[in-house]
Write a protein that binds this ligand. Structure first.
Ligand code: ADP
Length: 151
């Protein structure tokens, strides 16, 4: 192989690795949940960010560790603050879909400087959360590629 064909082969392989092959189960909270409950959920689910859903079960925001820490160092009572007040919200949420290449999600995560993005599909004029892509999922795809386990 020449350098040219090797690198185009590599790009081709990268495009074949899709979100649906590497996503994990999403941890979600309702926007009416308290910041206190969100902290508990984050520990219980062992995740760094929670996806927030509205009354219709559709994506309305993302809540990160730092959003909760910011609230915790404020003077508010965590049990009295709904997550809807402290989350990042739609339409400013970065998300991806099942058929997106993992490499595109990696670029998004770098560009937007976030740790996780929800995997969504269209439902009832909104977005339903069907998974989660994080830096860890991307690292797993990277390792699989290095080990040659991708056809
Ligand atoms: P942390 O805040 O724990 O370092 P992130 O870097 O993921 O975690 O989050 C940084 C900020 O970006 C937070 O305010 C969070 O609400 C927001 N955020 C996280 N993920 C997303 C996303 N997918 N889309 C939009 N905003 C996000």
């Amino acid at each position: 192989y020449t350098g040219q064909t090797l690198s185009s082969l590599f790009s081709e392989q990268m495009q074949k690795i899709k979100v649906k092959d590497y996503l994990s189960f999403p941890a979600v909270v309702k926007e009416s949940s308290s910041a206190y409950d969100a902290v508990c959920d984050m520990f219980k689910e062992d995740v760094g960010s929670l996806f927030v859903i509205n009354g219709k079960g559709l994506l309305s925001g993302v809540l990160s560790r730092k959003d909760l820490l910011r609230t915790a160092i404020g003077s508010q009572d965590m049990t009295q603050v709904p997550v809807s007040v402290i989350m990042s919200r739609m339409p400013n949420i970065t998300y991806c879909r099942n058929d997106d290449p993992v490499i595109s999600v990696a670029e998004l995560i770098i560009e937007k400087q976030v740790d996780a993005v929800p995997v969504v599909r269209d439902r009832n004029g909104g977005l339903e959360v069907i998974g989660r892509m994080t830096k860890t999922n991307i690292t797993k795809a990277f390792v699989a590629l290095a080990k040659g386990s991708i056809e």
